[in-house]
Structures are given as C-alpha cells and as structure tokens.
Design a binder for this molecule. Structure first.
Ligand code: ZN
Length: 101
C-alpha cells in the first residue's frame, strides 16, 4: 500500500502551516503488518494509505492538533499521549471521529 496522494497533500499543507518537525512514526501499512501492530486487524485506516502518525507530545501535540483542525480535511484524530511512544494519528476516512489509545 502506497500513501494516498490526496491525503499526503493534506499532510503537506499541515506541515507548512505547523512549520515544525513532524516525525512520522507510522504511515501506510500492508494488511499483514497492520494486523501485527494494530487492534484494527487487516483493514485499519493505515491500510488505506490515508493515515499517518506523528510523534509529538506536550505543547507540540496540542499545537499540531490545533493547526489540523483549523486546516480541516482530517476526519479521524487519535491521541496517544501516555508513556514513551507518544503520537497523534490523522486520517481522512469518510467519518468523523476522535479517540484516545
Ligand atoms: Zn495511526
């Protein structure tokens, strides 16, 4: 699975507005890998090429979410802000959702 071009254009617009490092901790995944690392099994958002996880925390995480909401176009936001592997998930699947891990 390759990243979806239209989705990556949204990510690039987010990167330009945010204007700080956006370390990618996960992006497009094949179904087999997704099943190993996610509770969504072989069909989660990352298998569509329309999802990305950004390794940010604290004030950076809050600012990144603020910029993403102001930009629009992201319909799924997952917040993982516990422990050492903190990240924010973004996708643009046809739904509206925000969740924590
Ligand atoms: Zn994710």
């Amino acid at each position: 699975m390759l990243p979806d071009t239209a989705f990556m254009e949204k990510v690039e617009a987010l990167r330009r507005l945010y204007n700080r490092p956006m370390p990618v901790t996960s992006a497009a995944r094949c179904p087999a890998h997704n099943a190993k690392v996610s509770s969504t099994g072989t069909t989660g958002p990352h298998t569509t090429g329309r999802a990305i996880d950004i390794g940010v925390r604290g004030a950076d995480a809050l600012d990144l979410v603020r910029v993403a909401l102001s930009l629009g176009g992201f319909t799924g936001i997952g917040v993982s802000q516990k422990g050492s592997a903190r990240f924010i998930h973004f996708d643009d699947l046809p739904r509206k959702a925000i969740w924590s891990y």
